[in-house]
Ligand binder design. Structure first.
Ligand code: UTP
Length: 292
């Protein structure tokens, strides 16, 4: 089976929860220590064997294109420290209106061209487990290919009070565990906690097969006016394709930087654990916490 080497990163959302920081700057370009969030995402994909990336962008997102472009002036001034090249081919398309994740992904159909692609949300990082085996994107690709699936979705169990904030993956069998991939019966976007029995939340990484793109072309917006990926996945399941859930490994963590609280918490974590700046910053944090 040929490995999956193409990925789509949707970055066309408005980022309203991070205003005013995101008035003229994409949330995906906010830094964590010395790198913008979206660079961590691209590096994660490259580590999983991805060689070609399509960004689905929109207005106010041009800084992302500049970031992944060559910059001869910077390169003359500081050489490799300019950090332009990540060894991946980058393409761009635009979503004219932020009409939902499903609508953004539908714009990647001709890029996918009937082959499966990885999808990674540009505002979410997967922090790898310490010294662990293959990361979640690698495991998603394996699950998709070995499982003969129509799609594979990264999931993690969340507390029941957090269920309404996520897409929730409902297992086919009640015996699903974090030990390995399991089959899904349904995916429900941001349900009421009492409306689903599952606490498996969708975690910003997917492999989507051609059936998902066919489904996206058929469905329309929901009551809120957004085209939902969950609705396309339901159609794929109804057509008899398998959709697999791949649990995050122990120690693997998803950080969504889409709110002020989560961005600040993620920045703190990355800064305090940075091998270069962490030790000094920890000492400063301790002094601050002790009021000295
Ligand atoms: P979010 O649900 O976090 O929404 O999108 P948002 O619009 O970016 O942010 P807020 O709610 O206004 O603060 C999840 C992912 O889907 C992309 C976003 O860029 C993000 O990576 N997205 C969302 C699109 O590309 N297009 C859309 O229409 C919606």
């Amino acid at each position: 089976v040929p490995a999956i080497t193409d990925a789509v990163i949707p970055v066309a959302g408005l980022g309203t929860r991070l205003l005013p920081a995101t008035r003229s700057q994409p949330k995906e370009m906010l830094p964590l220590v010395d790198k913008p969030v979206v660079q961590y995402v691209v590096e994660e994909l490259v580590a999983a064997g991805i060689t070609r990336v399509l960004f689905v962008t929109g207005r106010r997102k041009r800084a992302i294109e500049d970031h992944f472009d060559a910059d001869p002036e910077l390169e003359r001034a500081v050489g490799a420290a300019a950090g332009s090249s990540l060894g991946v081919e980058v393409l761009y398309t635009r979503q004219p209106r932020p009409a939902g994740l499903g609508d953004a992904l539908a714009r990647a159909a001709s890029f996918a061209a009937g082959r499966p692609v990885v999808v990674a949300l540009g505002d979410s990082l997967i922090e790898p487990a310490n010294g662990a085996g293959p990361g979640v994107v690698h495991r998603l690709i394996d699950a998709y290919e070995l499982g003969g699936a129509g799609a594979a979705i990264a999931v993690n169990e969340v507390a029941s009070e957090l269920v309404p904030r996520y897409g929730i993956a409902v297992p086919r069998a009640p015996t699903a565990t974090s030990a390995g991939p399991f089959e899904l019966a349904s995916v429900v976007e941001k349900p009421r906690a009492d409306a689903v029995s599952s606490r498996w939340a969708v975690m910003a990484r997917y492999v989507l097969g051609p059936g998902v793109f066919e489904a996206l072309a058929q469905i329309g917006p929901d009551d809120s006016g957004e085209v939902q990926l969950a609705d396309a996945l339901k159609l794929v399941l109804a057509a008899g394709e398998r959709v697999l859930a791949v649990p995050l490994a122990p120690g693997e963590r998803r950080h969504d930087i889409g709110s002020i609280e989560s961005y600040c918490a993620t920045f703190l974590r990355y800064a305090l654990t940075d091998p270069r700046f962490g030790p000094q910053l920890r000492a400063q944090a301790v002094a601050l916490l002790n009021g000295t």
